[in-house]
Design a protein around this ligand. Structure first.
Ligand code: SF4
Ligand code: SF4
Length: 172
């Protein structure tokens, strides 16, 4: 998720219109799964930086925020220390106020949408946000290939993942 405001309207052209991409992403899940089963990793990793950049030239996270509205990042120990310090809260108070442990033993937000998401879709702790938020949606990382289940799920709600998957399929 990026707080960088862009002078574009998302989803306005072609396949982005009226969010028709979400229907297509749902239909493409089996195709994506097949593609991710035995990917040509080196070839794909070389293409990801350009595809990631192209995706975010067309997509404005501030007009989306689907990740922050529907899913929680993990708050790892360094994240908790950094954000608590920024908010001038004791770590225990920060945890009690905002976090819970999930089934994997990771701290995640108690509530959804994320309590740090503003009505304008800006993140109020952007400079200190969890590393998961900084890296999401992993479209420029090997996580895209190494965690296919996550990539498939992300492709259903993040237009950048959908865009990159469609471009990778077209390269075959
Ligand atoms: S779901 Fe994807 S496009 Fe939407 S705000 Fe998150 S990272 Fe940006
Ligand atoms: S911390 Fe910020 S970037 Fe991360 S989910 Fe919350 S609002 Fe979004």
């Amino acid at each position: 998720m990026s707080n960088d405001k862009k002078d574009i309207s998302p989803f306005t052209a072609g396949e982005w219109k009226d969010k028709a991409w979400q229907k297509k992403a749902a239909e493409q899940q089996k195709t994506y799964a097949h593609f991710l089963h035995k990917p040509n990793k080196n070839k794909i990793l070389r293409r990801l930086p350009d595809l990631h950049e192209a995706a975010f030239k067309q997509i404005d996270c501030l007009k989306c925020a689907a990740c922050c509205k529907n899913y929680s990042p993990r708050f790892k120990t360094p994240d908790i220390k950094r954000i608590s310090r920024h908010l001038k809260l004791k770590e225990s108070v920060f945890i009690d106020t905002y976090l819970r442990l999930d089934e994997d033993g990771d701290y995640v937000t108690k509530q959804s949408p994320c309590p740090f998401l503003g009505a304008d879709n800006y993140c109020s702790i952007y400079e200190q946000r969890p590393s998961d938020c900084e890296r999401f949606p992993y479209t420029d990382e090997d996580v895209l290939l190494n965690r296919p289940k996550i990539t498939l799920k992300n492709s259903t709600f993040c237009p950048a993942v959908f865009y990159v998957m469609e471009q990778l399929l077209a390269l075959k």
